[in-house]
Design a binder for this molecule. Sequence first.
Ligand code: F6P
Length: 786
Amino acid sequence: MKNRHPGGPGKSVGFGLTIAALATLATAVLLWSHIRREQREGLDDLNRRAQLLTHRISPVARGALGRTDLEMAQRFGDRLEGYSRLLGLVAFGPDGRVVAAGRGVQEAGEALSDLARRVVEQDGPLSELRRGVDGTTHVMIERIIGDEGRPIGAIGVLHDAVYLEERLTRGIVQAALWSLGVGVGIFLVTTGLAWAVFERPLMKLAEWMRRLRFGNTPELPPANIPVGRLADETVHLAASFRAARAKEQADAGDAVRSDKAWTPDRLRAHAIDALSGLPLVVVSNREPYVHQYRGGKPVVTRPAGGLVTGLDPVLRACGGMWVAQGSGDADRITADRDGCVPVPPEDPRYTLKRVFISKEEEQGYYYGFSNEGLWPLCHLTHERPVFRSGDWEQYVRANQRFADAVLEEIGPDSAVVMVQDYQMALVPGMIKQRRPDMRVGLFWHIPWPSAEAFRICPYRIELLQGMLGADLLGFHLQQHCNNFLETVDRMLEAKLNRDRFTVEIRGHTAMVRPFPISVQSWQERGVAGGEKLRKQLAELRREHRLEGVMVGVGVDRIDYTKGITERLRAIERLFEKHPELVGRFTFVQLGAPSRTNIPRYRDMVTDLEKMAADINTRFRTEGWEPIRMLVGQHEGPLVYAFFRMAEVCIVSSLHDGMNLVAKEYVAAQSEVDALAAESPRGPGALVLSEFAGAARDLPEALIINPYDTEQFAAAIHQALVMEASERRARMTKMKERVEEFNIYRWAADFLSALAKADGRTDSGAGEAAAPRGVDRERPVGIQPAR
Ligand code: F6P
């Protein structure tokens, strides 16, 4: 799997930059204070010289300024001329006016009149630097006291101070160059040392540890680990780890061979054995945990749907990574920069990596091609599929994004990848194209139609080729496998082995097998039981006016394939035929709106609500309604409570790969007898469509054709009046089967088959898992696990 830390000297560079920045700053501060000192000394020097000159000339100035005749002043003026850096001197009268000035400083002297007047009025000299267009001048002015002890004027001394400015600029440039030089030097030395002495050896150690985790690593850790104790501890830790792993593998072998029930622990042990230490990666469109803002805060929700219900317990048990589309508005903020977030949030067991696609991609790939094209293509419900070339382009692009995300995460290592469902048909081929060595399985959660039905898809060849990139292709039913092989046979130049159920194409062999998916127990999900459940049920009955009535329940995503319209029609017919049930039976429909960007799905929500309202208007009595339509996303504990309350659960799919609601209802009846006080009637009954894959596994249900309203209504009635002993007998068989062939066994079967499906044409692929013949008869019960 991807090394989450950058491979280069990232930390050393950061460290070097910090030290270099500090050193540069310190050098700059030192040099600047040196420059400032030099500058101050230069000014002091000018001040001293100016004061000396003033003192020297004071006696003469006193005489001259005391006189009024112009000639004397001019003669005095001749002595005020400058030399070298001295620009000249200026004599000011008591009012600050210039009375005499050296050559070239007359104008500058006049500009100093105000200053001179202030000097005459106060005690002590004034000096300053003046910047003008001709450069910088140092000026010092001192007043002259006459013989009578009163100020009679002032003398100003002007020095050229340009050299001071030049020295300052030169100093700054030199200081900057020195600071930079010191910074670069220190950066190179510290970065190099940090990398060579610490980061590189520690990264080698981390890589060694990672390899240790996945097996296949040299005995000793890398040399030159900077801290001797760390090296010693690492050797000991590795030895303990190896011993623990060896024990775990031995235990795993024992557990796999045992005939205990399939539990998370047993699956975990099995996965260690089957995956040979390789990490497990699941790829699907739907993510198992969605973060959404509620009241300004990110809140996690679990999406409805069979895929998530089935796969989450598997990854919780095995660990690994789940790559899926990030669909919640708080998904980015709750994930790290790679889109990864540990889940389940309350007790992390595996990593969810979110792939973020644009709205446009989602529209074309998910709503368009997947759900307006492939979904109605594979479900025989007479809904016409729509194939748009733009949607197909987005489907290809999005599949590539998911394949890239997997490849990026796995890096140079290997992994076992379980690709999920019709939204990802091209992913197996895309992964295999870049990494033929990787083991890839694809599980198709929806039905596979007949070759004749699939033929209408304009992209059928590309889809089949993409799917056949997988080493193992799983469907729920043998019938779907048969249909798939028939489709391949009709549409591709491929070699089919109908005994082994394999397809060979371009030197690669894909095995095709049925794996009927199942559920985990409700108890494992921590739902309420005993007194707590009893209170919850009483509360629900009060809230929904269900006190004293028999209850029927349906739990579905609102989807035309689920036969909800047909279900309501059958309930209406039930009340027509059995008016004695008026006021005695209420049907509760938990409906989760889904794919509502598609008009057909959006319309269904309002159509169903209207239909339920019409039936209610027709049959309602004081305080009772025949149908309670609860539209929304319903969490597991609520669904469980309704399952425990209901005398009958109705699953009436027009076509469905498996339908886990049927199995979840059966699983919820497991403890009914043990808690007889809350369910005096004993376990409930299941009315199940013959067109749901679950009907093969649960033949003791009341099997109906949802299109046959009379038969459907009669089955609901039969469920409501059935003797408790018959209900118990039917339910006992179903629940034993669901408990035995649970989700862990499904995953274990898939992983075992995948471990053996090496994609080689000459490997006798198919011997790994006993092939199941093309059985056109309806098989009864769940296929046995190998
Ligand atoms: O049953 C087919 C399926 O894609 C499942 O895999 C999934 O659980 C369900 O439909 C939900 O669909 P969506 O992810 O479009 O909400």
